[in-house]
Design a protein around this ligand. Structure first.
Ligand SMILES: Cc1cc2nc3c(=O)[nH]c(=O)nc-3n(C[C@H](O)[C@H](O)[C@H](O)COP(=O)(O)O)c2cc1C
Length: 167
């Protein structure tokens, strides 16, 4: 069977079944295991399980509706103390978010990444609703849970996109 990198799919339909704490713990640990520029590890997380809060969150964007049905949503945030937002921040948090998505598959669950940053409208809605401080940037959110749809392999390899030694 293909490994989790190849089987991972965006899963948008979930069973009404809670996610075990041990699974959630391993998923968060996987996020914090990501590489980051200067090893700054400036990620933080808001784990949203409260139904009312998930409904609110699901209405913040045009394509975020699935959060209402997902038992858990993890908001991934970047913290920037005493400095401007580090320009490498998006790469750090992208790696963190992908680790989270992959661990979700490892746990037999499904998940979907939705971006907030750099959409100012969504960033402001998240900041206001969740009381996010000024020096913290909401990067995106991952909805997760036991899924109605299966993770499965789709072959995306395209040799024309690979350049050796020059473009
Ligand atoms: C930065 C980013 C933002 C995304 N935002 C959304 C979103 O708002 N809603 C959604 O349903 N999927 C979202 N996705 C998931 C993509 O649509 C999905 O990854 C893409 O269609 C490829 O499908 P796959 O994940 O199954 O390989 C996002 C993915 C990324 C990386």
């Amino acid at each position: 069977m293909k490994n989790i990198i190849f089987r991972r799919r965006s899963i948008r339909r979930f069973l009404n079944k809670p996610v075990e704490e041990e699974k959630l713990d391993r998923i968060l640990r996987a996020g914090m295991q990501a590489p980051s520029a200067h090893n700054n590890q400036r990620w933080e997380f808001i784990v949203v399980t409260d139904k009312e809060k998930r409904i609110a969150l699901s209405q913040f964007g045009m394509y975020t509706g699935m959060i209402e049905q997902a038992p858990v949503a993890i908001i991934i945030l970047g913290k920037y103390d005493n400095e401007a937002l580090n320009p490498w921040f998006a790469q750090d948090l992208g790696a963190c978010t992908e680790n989270i998505l992959l661990q979700i598959v490892e746990e037999g669950l499904g998940g979907c990444w939705m971006g907030f940053y750099p959409n100012q409208d969504m960033v402001e809605k998240v900041n206001k609703y969740f009381g996010v401080p000024e020096n913290v940037m909401p990067f995106g959110v991952v909805a997760l849970g036991y899924s109605l749809d299966e993770n499965h392999f789709i072959d995306r390899y395209d040799a024309s996109k690979v350049h050796y030694n020059k473009y």
